[in-house]
Design a protein around this ligand. Sequence first.
Ligand code: GYE
Length: 353
Amino acid sequence: MKKQSLAMIVIALLCILVLSFGNSFKSESEPVHTEIATTNEYIVVGFSQLGAESDWRSANTESMKSTFTVENGYKLILEDGQQKQANQITAIRTFIQQEVDYIVLAPVTETGWDTVLQEAKDAGIPVIIVDRMVDVSDEDLFTCWVGSDFELEGKKAAEWLNRYAKAKGIASEELHIVNIQGTIGSSAQIGRTKGLAETARTYGWDLMAEVAGDFTQAKGKEVMESLLRRYDNINVVYCENDNAACGAIEAIEAAGKRVGSDIDKGEIMVISFDGVKKEAMNYVLEDKISFIAECNPLHGPRVKAIIELLKDGQIPEKFSYVDEQIFSANKTVKEIIVDGMAYTVTLPEIVEE
Ligand code: GYE
């Protein structure tokens, strides 16, 4: 009897041993288990990009893609909102269902985010806003924001124009300006429009029209064509990004007019933003675009640094602004001062692709 029960215990122990070995072999060889194990090793980032309207946007998407790679320990889920807020809201809801670790949002316009951001907050997922801002009732609805000071960019462009006109002896009321705006309601549009409008008011410039150009080349061209039909005295075109500027230049040249800084000799001056599109940078070197206020799209590493802080349990700055330069090939103005800060005019650096 004693011998029998001892044998049974030994057999039982052997069974347990074999089973547990079997299991550990299984978890190494079965693909399902391996996948679950490896997914947990990555930080999953859901990025709702607003669209693909410009060269700036493409560079921004690329920066995120090349930063949040598997080699860097990330799994990036990228959703293109195609310029529609509704698509971006759907993307965020999907990220919540997928239980991503972080949500990154580049919002198309500022308002209308409260509900979906509350949903992300309730799910305990940090939301990092990038590029444009959100205008929400409670800033605790997002973790932090990183991007550019768009109003400052606008003020830089307007102040450069002021200095240029003064140096050339062009009277304020002789500046007949049209503004080809970006996507209406986006931070980049709101800030750049404000920067120009306020400076125009201060100096008494003739700001004749503000028309939406959607940050695209096609719309920039179309809007410029109609502005040229409406006004025969335009001498400054303020374009809220490089793509719209390139479109406007097409329209101006097609109408048989010349672009350039010599507005006292009948040229139409083009002012722009970004400094990303190669064609626009070359136009600066040719003085077809007189001035560009830089807007830096390379936010990938900045967002990664924020995620690393959060991972370590640290609190990132709520708002981080990127330092930016000003570009012109015209030698009339060498430096401008805006909000007490000096900015030196430089030539854009053209990086070969
Ligand atoms: O200037 C424009 C883009 O929000 C800063 O959006 C961004 C703007 C950028 O389409 O080219």
